[in-house]
Write a protein that binds this ligand. Sequence first.
Ligand SMILES: *Cc1c(COP(=O)(O)O)cnc(C)c1O
Length: 455
Amino acid sequence: MANEIPYKIYLEESEMPTAWYNFRADMKEKPAPLLNPATHQPASVDELSAVFCRELAEQELNNTDALIPIPEEIRSFYKMYRPSPLVRAYCLEQKLGTPAKIYYKFEGNNTSGSHKLNSAIAQAYYAKKQGLKGVTTETGAGQWGTALSMACSYFDLDCRVYMVKVSYEQKPFRREVMRTYGAGVIPSPSDTTEVGKKILAEHPGTGGSLGCAISEAVEYAVSHEGYRYVLGSVLNQVLLHQSVIGLETKTALDKYGIKADVIIGCAGGGSNLGGLIAPFVGEQLRGEAKYKFVAVEPASCPSLTRGTYAYDFCDTGKICPLAKMYTIGSNYIPAPNHAGGLRYHGMSSTLSALRDQGILDAVSYRQTEVFAAAEQFARIEGILPAPESSHAIKAAIDEAMRCKETGEEKTIVFGLTGTGYFDLYGYQKFNDGEMQDYIPTDEELAKSLESLPQM
Ligand SMILES: *Cc1c(COP(=O)(O)O)cnc(C)c1O
């Protein structure tokens, strides 16, 4: 039976989903609402529409519609790089000597190198449909900015990316990809916004921070006619768009009569994990099946494993709505980590609710053990994984090794979110034996949580 399953399960274009799946509709206990930071009242579509595109604001607050049709224009773009393959990791299984069956859904097959394009194209589409001139965003490591610049060039929208100045200087290659797709890339802090000028006056020569870049991107959007701000993770709308990953995975598994036991994803703000598990969570919420869902995060930024479930600011600038989530505090500056996409202080409020309801497990790993797993995977399966994705690889290998001890033939599915070609500085540090592990102390986390808003 097993050898009838190909190494790569490809779907036909016609098998791609025609609607995204919103599992909030099937949750009996809904995630806590976003709150206006000034009034602490639930944020309305009108309020959110001042910052975000209107239709995206509606998706953000939609807890009732399970299926949201994917517009044809977005499906045509998806067809350029989707359906993405579900790969059976036969070589890895053999090398590990595990009776477990391991599958990974590979999202690195596009120029942006990650799953972020799935939401970028949707957000650009709704901005265009609203008649906007352009969108603004921030980027740290650069994956989101790259995906958004590709999406904006497709729909002929202006794209302004505020890039943390240290990254702008240290990661010139990602910057050039964005500029090649026509985006304006501005090192932050900059003199293009009031908040940027203020920070520059107070801290001349600063390398900037993600919080500062967000504040600049939001300020530019709200103070320029025809612009809105867009975000590549954390929000419900982003999880919704990423459900295309899980829907394709489920179609591929169903095609071969495979039932997953464990589903694993790395978690920064939670969008790839929320998308991968979406249809499976739906089955579990409706009482049709049971799964073990695992979120994997870096030990240096442990929101789900060591954070508090509370309302917090989504941004260091404290301008975005408040979200109830597992958080280690919005002032927390994680130690430099080569998995830049996992350095967010909080977690999607929907995934946080699943965790609170006992549906989502979470584990954390140190970056040296993650890079060791990445290297092992690259050598056996051939793909050079992104450091973020490698957190899921490490958890899948550990699960498979537990199966080896117990003899269980579990089916493990994990999300391989992207490739690591722009992360070779991290690989270099690892190969040179110079990579540091940093784990915050309980005191540091307690201190950071003192900044939670008083509710
Ligand atoms: C951004 C990113 C992540 C983390 O973001 P989520 O919203 O948690 O999915 C993971 N992997 C890659 C390759 C990324 O670029």
